[in-house]
Design a binder for this molecule. Sequence first.
Ligand SMILES: [Zn+2]
Length: 206
Amino acid sequence: MYNKQMLEIIRRLLANLGEDPSREGLLKTPERVERSLKFLTSGYQKDVDEVLNGALFTVDYTEMVIVKDIDFYSLCEHHLLPFFGKCHVAYLPTNQVIGLSKIPRIVEIFSRRLQVQERLTNEIAETIREKINPLGVAVVLEGTHLCMSMRGVEKQNSTAITSAMLGVFRDDARTRSEFLALIRQHETSIISPYVGEQASSVVEEV
Ligand SMILES: [Zn+2]
């Protein structure tokens, strides 16, 4: 079940880094690395429609839906080093909503791939737009990039913030600032009553 070619590549990589792949501590490293890389990039094997299957609901609800503080972990495609942080998603439905627990799943599908934070942000937003055609979608990602902090390229604690604003979130400054204010406040958290699923993140209704 292991990919022999990948195991060999990882062994060779270790040797090229000046290590001895046959020493005890590294003997099982190729297997572990292969398994963990497969998991960290498992988003390639996931299909959005399959994940959302049965979780799109027609409702009479047109207020802003916000799922904030979704943890995400991804790999930067330039260095294959992790970047991770919080993702905040909002949309204004027309007549369809997504089961709340599916929003973090969408984030997962696209974060478990080789990514740049800007594209990850856009892919989450575009997917929600495509699936439920809302009046607008907003996605904000706050990410710490190990390729910056570990290599000392930037200040250790710097965070990259990216956003995608579609529809009313782009066109209407009030809607946009309402969303931005809401993701900054942490005290109010109300679970939306209109879908029978529990979100794994803090969800707010406005
Ligand atoms: Zn990088």
